[in-house]
Structures are given as C-alpha cells and as structure tokens.
Design a protein around this ligand. Structure first.
Ligand code: GDP
Ligand code: MG
Length: 219
C-alpha cells in the first residue's frame, strides 16, 4: 500500500494564461524539463507537467496546466480554471498587445476562480531585450502588478532566467498560507490537495505511541 501513496505532502494546481505565443508552453517546458523549443507549435503536446519542490522538509507537488492552444480564441473553458491555487498571467515584453490583454486575463481569473487564488504577473522573453525588441518597460509591468497587488517577474523561457524563482517563490508563499490556515483544504476549489506522505508519518508516530501503551499494559 505504501508504494501507492502519493509522494507529496501537498499538491498545488497551477495554471498559465495569457495571449497566444507569449511563451506559456515554453515556460512549462523549461520549468519541468529544462528544455526550450524555438519553433512555434500551437499545441506542444504537454497538457500538464508536475514537479516537486521541498520547502521546510515538506514536499509540494506543483501540477502545472497548459492552455493547449485554447487562448487562440481568447476564451478558455471554465474547466481549465477550476480549482487552481495559483495563476501565472503571462505577457511578452516584445508585444505591447499582449501586455494590453493582461487586464482582461486577470478579470477572467477573478470571474472564474476562487478568491484565494495566488496570481503572478510574468513578462516573458527578456532575452530579446539585448536585440532591441523590448516594447514594454519593466516599470510598466511593475506598476500594473502593484495596481492588482500581485507579484511580478520578468523571465526568459529561452535562457531560463527567473523561471525557477517564479515557481519556487510562489510555492513558498502558498506553503506559508497553508501553515497560517488561510485555506479551507476540504474545499476543492482552493486548488490544494493534501497528500498521504504526512499522514503516513503521523500514522507511524501514532502506531509507535500505541505500541508503547500496549507494552505498558502488559508489563
Ligand atoms: P504560447 O502560445 O504562449 O504557449 O507560446 P509558446 O511557448 O508556444 O512560444 C511561442 C513562441 O515564442 C515560440 O516560437 C517560442 O520558441 C518563443 N518563445 C517562448 N518563450 C521565449 C523566450 O523566453 N524567449 C524567446 N526569444 N522566445 C520565446
Ligand atoms: Mg502554448
């Protein structure tokens, strides 16, 4: 039975949204496998990826869902947003249009997701700054994030810049919130599931206590 127990303490569901071709699928790919694909593919073939992170000796499994090209139509099925703990709202720093869409995407999250969702604004493709392609200044991204009171990062899925930080720091923040009792974990909509790992350990401890009690009785 132990072999079949999930190897995590908490499962955190993440979603990535933003206009088509801002680099969402490549952020997922970079984070989960360390790869990058330079050719554009509407569907990269990965619907979701999962990766474990260790925070204060607990294992958090980040389950990251990709849009599978649905964003081409500027509306995503409700199923996609369901039960998410964290949403990455991505734009491309070389595309003013994609930055202008951010407000619409954030509104959509607010309409479709639980209030407790942790949102992050991500300006991707910063490697293209060095070739003079930047259209959206860092300060503009920062300002927008401040307006919505969310975290802000600039990343490059191509070079790997800041990609791990986005995921690790958000998981750390969510872990802190779990510890502080911010979520109702009985409610699926919070996008967090408790795994068996912790229970297994607790069970073992309880077993030991029981064993001691029994021994005392029979001595
Ligand atoms: P999605 O439609 O948002 O999933 O975007 P993709 O991940 O499919 O990327 C769209 C295009 O942008 C592809 O040609 C990628 O190779 C390219 N791309 C994605 N991220 C970056 C990045 O950080 N830097 C550069 N230079 N290109 C990127
Ligand atoms: Mg994609």
């Amino acid at each position: 039975m132990a072999g079949r127990a999930p190897q995590f303490d908490y499962l955190l569901k993440y979603i990535i949204i933003g206009d088509a071709s801002v680099g969402k699928s490549n952020l997922l790919l970079r984070y989960s496998t360390g790869e990058f694909r330079s050719e554009y593919q509407t569907t990269i073939g990965v619907e979701f990826a999962a990766k474990n992170v260790n925070i204060d000796n607990l294992i958090y499994r980040i389950q990251l869902w990709d849009t599978s090209g649905q964003e081409q139509f500027k509306s995503i099925t409700r199923n996609y947003y369901k039960n998410s703990a964290c949403a990455l709202v991505v734009y491309d720093i070389t595309s003013r249009d994609s930055f202008n869409s951010v407000a619409t995407w954030i509104d959509e999250i607010r309409a479709q997701c639980t209030q407790s969702i942790y949102m992050i604004l991500v300006g991707n493709k910063i490697d293209l700054e060095s070739v003079g392609k930047r259209q959206v200044e860092t300060a503009e991204g920062q300002e927008l994030a401040e307006k919505y009171e969310i975290k802000f990062y600039e990343t490059s899925a191509k070079a790997g810049t800041n990609v791990d930080d986005v995921f690790f720091n958000s998981a750390k923040e969510i872990a802190k919130r779990i510890k502080d009792g911010f979520y109702n974990l009985q409610d699926d909509s919070c996008g967090i599931k408790k795994g068996n790992l912790q229970n297994e350990e607790q069970n073992k401890k309880l077993d030991k206590k029981d064993l001691k009690k029994k021994k005392k009785k029979f001595c």
